[in-house]
Design a protein around this ligand. Structure first.
Ligand code: ATP
Ligand code: MG
Ligand code: MG
Ligand code: MG
Length: 439
């Protein structure tokens, strides 16, 4: 098992438990804050650096890395190859693609010592197409190419707000695909959408997929994934009867009526809901490959432009948006797969037997972490001067899926452990074997 200490203790966590919890509703922070943002700040999941800039603290990073793992699995299952592109992008590439003006003030621009202009990439179509164009000898036999990365993106948002939901610096998963023809590119498009469905199904928060506007990215086919929530800044039009699912931005581009609505107005039950845009897919055609001369060799050894697609997921936005939807006003609830730790063990405080309770908690932690999928998943609340109840309150507030109390019954024979299933709100006493099959 290696020589490093695999046990994790709450007392050593970079987290401050002595803050006063803000009243969820009373301090509206000029509308900059929402429930999930407050919960994540107060519980030290994130910390603010400056307007629209947030640090991820240890628990935030753990949750984020779990989301990365989940997304990596689904991207690699469809042949995605992970790369990591530079953040700095020569501004000339944005001029070349014709997007410099459209990106406008949202683009962070900087100059190097030689007075060359760069931007901090808000998205990577230019850079990735140039990268692929640098290998023009690629044969049609090796297509499709599906590249993705999970990196920081920079956007000087007009109104950064709601913490990670709209930051000026945020983590995005972006995939770029290169196919031999429109037909093949549309197959890829559907495959990536299926991977997105898998990702959102596994996260477990209800989502809707809608037709989206193509905005500054361009192209002519696009879908968005949304979590429905009052704090969402997009308006989504939904009607299950006439099958309209679209962003209102797109409905506006079509003229006011959603074009797909075939029902008479009286039968259409069109609803308008606020949505948090958590993912966006685009079919791009040859918009970028023609600008940057990104070509492959076809069967006749003729150079052909790629048909491209691009696919974004707002990683840090998903993290907070899922907390926004699942949590209560005072307690965080995580999607099971991305909770920072699965098990939280509280050994009883006791003047004479505290050492025994703690030792039993450590034994259990060791037994759990023998199993590879639980490495790092167990945390022991070793704040031994505090009552069980007080520590349970913290554990519940932080939303750990299982809280295990090592109390008096745990030192009896046979030993019994109190387990709280945080998401179900159920408490039960179980024996050692049942405990070990918990997670
Ligand atoms: P929005 O409409 O919310 O401004 P967008 O349409 O400009 O987002 P895209 O260019 O489609 O965003 O980027 C892909 C994904 O990146 C979005 O679907 C979203 O999940 C995420 N994202 C975009 N802007 C931000 C931001 N400022 N903070 C966090 N995540 C963001
Ligand atoms: Mg935007
Ligand atoms: Mg949008
Ligand atoms: Mg978008």
């Amino acid at each position: 098992m290696g020589s490093y200490c695999h046990r994790r203790y709450v007392s050593r966590l970079f987290q401050n438990f002595v803050k006063i919890q803000p009243k969820a509703k009373s301090d509206n922070d000029l509308g900059l804050s929402c429930n999930s943002h407050k919960l994540m700040l107060y519980n030290d999941i994130v910390a603010q650096s400056h307007a629209g800039g947030f640090h991820l603290l240890p628990l935030g990073v753990r949750a984020f890395e779990k989301l990365v793992k989940l997304v990596d699995e689904e991207m690699q299952a469809i042949g995605g190859q992970k790369i990591s592109m530079t953040t700095l992008c020569p501004e000339s590439l944005w001029r070349q693609s014709g997007r410099l003006a459209a990106a406008g003030a949202e683009l962070f621009s900087i100059q190097d010592r030689h007075k060359n202009n760069y931007c901090l990439s808000p998205t990577h179509e230019e850079l990735v197409t140039k990268l692929v164009a640098s290998m023009p000898q690629i044969s049609y036999k090796y297509l499709p190419i599906r590249l993705y990365q999970i990196t920081r993106k920079f956007r000087d948002e007009m109104a950064p707000r709601y913490g990670l939901l709209r930051g000026r610096e945020f983590e995005m998963k972006d995939m770029y695909t290169f196919d031999a023809s429109e037909e093949k590119a549309l197959e890829t498009y559907n495959l990536v959408c299926q991977a997105y469905n898998n990702i959102f199904d596994r996260i477990g928060v209800r989502y809707v997929k809608v037709s989206g506007a193509t905005g500054i990215i361009g192209g002519n086919l696009s879908h968005e994934y949304h979590y429905l929530s009052d704090v969402g800044q997009d308006s989504i039009l939904l009607c299950d009867r006439c099958d309209v699912h679209m962003n209102k931005e797109l409905a506006a581009e079509n003229g006011n009526l959603p074009s797909k609505c075939q029902l008479p107005a009286t039968q259409c039950e069109l609803l308008e809901r606020n949505g948090i845009e958590v993912g966006h897919t685009f079919y791009l055609g040859t918009k970028y490959s023609s600008v940057f001369k990104a070509t492959y060799q076809n069967q006749e050894k003729i150079m052909k432009e790629y048909s491209m697609g691009c696919f974004g997921l707002g990683m840090t936005r998903i993290l907070q948006a899922s907390v926004e939807i699942l949590s209560t006003e005072t307690s965080i609830r995580w999607p099971h797969l991305i909770a920072p730790h699965q098990l939280y063990i509280i050994p009883k405080k006791d003047g004479t037997r505290a050492d025994e309770y703690l030792a039993r908690a450590e034994e259990i932690s060791d037994a759990f972490t023998q199993r590879s999928h639980l490495q790092g998943e167990v945390i022991i609340d070793d704040r031994m001067s505090m009552t069980i109840g007080r520590r349970q309150v913290d554990a519940d507030r932080l939303g750990y899926p299982y809280i295990v109390v090592v109390g008096v019954k745990a030192l009896e024979n046979p030993a019994l452990y109190e387990v709280i299933d945080t998401n179900k709100g159920e408490t039960s006493f179980i024996n050692y074997e049942q405990l070990m099959s918990l997670a």
